[in-house]
Design a protein around this ligand. Structure first.
Ligand code: OSB
Ligand code: MG
Length: 369
């Protein structure tokens, strides 16, 4: 497909409730929306880089720079408008996976729309609905946490993930388990611990958790392997898994037993599918992580999570878990049984609302052929 124009916009949306991780508390989400135009249609992609380099080294501004100066020219000047061609061409630039993923997503959306099929079909998805989980941030008090978890459970979410950090881990699990002894529960540390904490982390084995996500730093596959040897609970890696190669190395080393896949973190849908397929061949389950996306980015995640080896409930929640007003209409809703339907219309299969996008836009730039 020949792409004749690409638009980049920086948007900011306020959360319905603050979100606190081991990095700190945030009240809103700043992200980039990519639009790729070709054949009279428009494809949308969301760049999940955050305002500050906390989850990873990318930021909204680094992505803005790398997209405008390096990635957009691959499409407009070198003609890499097919998503697979773009992924290959973008591979010559080191790093900046979220910037790459946002543009690749827009090209996939456009391609799927041109072919009149949903993204899930192009990507080999097999499910019509996905299992929905919810990610709960750190709260001011344990009572607040338990109340919030209870609220999400009554809405029907199939599993709860709670964010942990030193000082908010064993007591948080104990508080939730006391009231909800049988729910599917897991924790996410976003790398807040180090190898000296191994014996402390072993206390988490008492809570029957489905997994412990990213206890150590992203680069530390080796110490994760040491932890997994002595921890009964499966370790799941998020930040550490950057590619099919790191996934293979993590599995060969025994660093984890479960893999979290995020399109942004791994540089786009092409790499995400490679990781999915590799894990599937090794008998290792994956699930789809989230970056508090707007409905545009989350719709793409729904299509990805429809692939067969997504075996755990995902960090894919309804629009009202995140936003007063999502960017899409209709919004994403939780169905009976704690599932979310995979959109069936072409491309991402959801409809961005222009007036809502405009209201949230801070900056905009157009690139033409
Ligand atoms: O580690 O999974 C994470 C949000 C921002 C950055 C990192 C993470 C998260 C989440 C949110 O847990 C999950 C969601 O989008 O529902
Ligand atoms: Mg995580």
């Amino acid at each position: 497909m020949k792409i004749d124009r690409i638009d980049l916009e920086i948007l900011r949306l306020p959360y319905v409730h603050f979100f606190e991780t081991s990095f700190g508390r945030s009240f809103d989400r700043t992200f980039i929306l990519v639009r790729a135009f070709g054949g009279g249609a428009c494809g949308f992609g969301e760049v999940v880089a955050e305002e500050a380099p906390l989850y990873s080294s990318e930021t909204t501004q680094t992505a803005w720079h790398v997209l405008g100066d390096f990635l957009v020219p691959l499409v407009l000047k070198e003609g890499a408008g097919e998503p697979a061609d773009f992924a290959r061409a973008a591979g010559k630039f080191r790093g900046h996976p979220m910037a790459k993923a946002g543009l690749e997503l827009a090209l996939w959306d456009l391609k799927a729309k041109a072919e009149g099929v949903p993204l899930s079909k192009l990507w080999g998805g097999t499910k019509t609905e996905i299992a929905a989980g919810v990610s709960c941030g750190i709260e001011d008090t344990l009572d607040d946490l338990v109340t919030r978890v209870g609220g999400y459970l009554s809405e029907g979410y199939q599993r709860v993930k709670i964010k942990v950090k030193p000082g908010w881990d064993v007591e948080a699990c104990a508080a939730v388990r006391k009231i909800f002894p049988h729910i599917l529960l897991q924790v996410d540390a976003n790398g807040a611990y180090g190898p000296a904490d191994i014996s402390h982390l072993q206390k988490l084995d008492a809570f029957g958790l489905a997994m412990v996500e990213q206890p150590f730093r992203p680069y530390d596959l080796w110490d994760h392997a040491k932890l997994q040897k002595v921890l009964k609970t499966p370790v799941c890696l998020d930040e550490s898994i950057l590619s099919e190669t790191t996934a293979r190395q993590a599995l060969e080393m025994g660093s984890c037993r479960v893999v979290n896949i995020k399109v942004g973190r791994v540089g786009g849908p092409s790499e995400a599918r490679k990781i999915h397929d590799f894990c599937q061949a090794r008998g290792v389950p994956v699930w789809c992580g989230g970056m508090l996306e707007s409905g545009i980015g989350r719709a793409a995640n729904l299509h990805l999570a429809s692939l067969p080896n997504f075996k755990f409930p995902n960090d894919l929640s309804a629009s009202n878990r995140y936003w007063k007003e999502d960017l899409i209409d209709p919004e994403i809703v939780l169905e009976k049984g704690g599932v979310i339907r995979v959109p069936t219309e072409p491309g991402i299969g959801v409809h961005p609302v222009e007036s809502r996008i405009r209201k949230a836009t801070l900056e905009r730039k157009t690139f033409k052929l």
